[in-house]
Design a protein. Structure first.
Ligand code: IPM
Ligand code: MG
Length: 363
């Protein structure tokens, strides 16, 4: 099969971690007899520096002509003072909307034996396996916004809007995913205060009739935040709007140990977009100490969701589990005084395990 992807390494640790993920994809392609074609393009701050546009036209073209897009990260302190439209983040938001990827999947799993990575007690975090399904193209991120008035008396407004159609399509994705997991869906909203949440709840209830086998419950976002740290194992699939999903997914990352481990897939549109959720981490960029596992696991999601290569995806995930089980730790995962591996060492370890698994498929 032709695995034709565009990579957007972006800013901060984006390029370092993306390099390792591409490395693993090459090993997969070689081992399974696929052809990997990688086109690298600019996004975010890197694109701003090169062409004063956080999402240049040739980047969009390349993404739309690919089977999938693998992104590193965008943003950094150098661009904090840029006007809103010229911020690196604006490039990412535009890319999501150009690709029309309204469904953002963010799994957070506490791997067996790795409970100690979590700041929570092992008995609380053990067995956590939650999939956050975040609506990605609506709500506060894409609502009308403005800042008006004279200096000192300005007033800024963001709007949180959702249509029934937008809620319906993301709800269907979440129910479908729940059907292939533990049949449990928690829809998170703020229906005790917000109109957009009341509509959200109503539409989710309506869609649930199409999925009688899925057990649906509703939770307010504040209480969901609390439950996610106090009893994370109660969740299977969490369905929520854009901003709540942004916040809860970082929290879920912390619950299972490190944001550095978490991949994401943005799907439902023309071309799937895959990115680790950790962001650009400018404080550690360029030092070779970033954790590439979020990017590598994103590459696995890319193979699964955009190319239907389940065996290949699972072999990457198994390799990552093996490497972690053997005790290899990037700096974000290490306990005090524990030996750590660099970004490229971690990538090489995973690549090595993938190669071994291909050579002895019974594993
Ligand atoms: C994420 C990030 C982005 C978001 C930023 C970089 C715009 O935090 O993917 O979670 O808020 O969606
Ligand atoms: Mg975020």
């Amino acid at each position: 099969m032709l695995i034709n992807i565009t990579t957007l390494p972006g800013d901060g640790i984006g390029p370092e971690v993306t390099e390792q993920a591409v490395h693993v994809l090459h090993v997969i392609a070689d081992g399974f007899g696929h052809q990997l074609k990688v086109t690298e393009k600019n996004i975010g701050g890197a694109a701003l520096v090169a062409s004063n546009d956080p999402l240049p036209p040739d980047t969009i073209q390349s993404c739309l002509a690919s089977g999938a897009v693998l992104l590193g990260a965008v943003g950094g302190p150098a661009f904090d003072s840029y006007p809103a439209k010229l911020r690196p983040e604006a490039g990412l938001l535009r890319l999501r909307s150009e690709l029309d990827v309204f469904a953002n999947l963010r799994p957070a799993i506490c791997l067996e034996g790795l409970e100690s990575l979590s700041p929570l007690r092992a008995e609380i975090v053990r067995g956590t396996d939650v999939l956050i399904v975040r609506e990605l193209l609506g709500g506060l991120y894409f609502g009308e916004r403005s800042t008006k008035g004279d200096s000192g008396r300005r007033r800024a407004v963001d709007t949180m809007a959702y249509s029934e159609a937008e809620i319906e399509r993301i709800a269907r994705v979440a129910f479908e995913l729940a059907r292939h997991r533990k049949n449990k869906l928690t829809s998170v909203d703020k229906a005790n205060v917000l109109d957009s949440s009341r509509l959200w709840r109503e539409v989710v209830n309506r869609v649930s009739r199409e999925f009688p086998e899925v057990q649906l419950s509703h939770m307010y976002v504040d209480s969901a935040a609390m439950a996610l740290v106090s009893r994370p194992t109660q969740f299977d699939v969490i369905l929520t709007e854009n901003m709540f999903g942004d916040i809860l997914s970082d929290q879920a990352g912390a619950v299972v140990g490190s944001l550095g481990l978490l991949p994401s897939a943005s799907i439902g549109g023309k071309v799937g977009l895959y990115e680790p959720i950790h962001g650009s981490a400018p404080d550690i960029a360029g030092q070779g100490i970033a954790n590439p596992l979020g990017a590598i696991l994103s590459a696995a999601m890319l193979l699964r969701h955009s190319f239907q290569l389940e065996v290949e995806a699972a072999s990457i995930e198994a390799a990552v589990r093996e490497v972690l089980a053997e005790g290899h730790r990037s700096r974000d995962l290490a306990a005090k005084g524990q030996r750590t591996v660099t970004t490229s060492e971690m990538g090489e370890l995973v690549s090595g395990r993938v190669r071994e698994r291909i050579q002895t498929p019974a594993n």
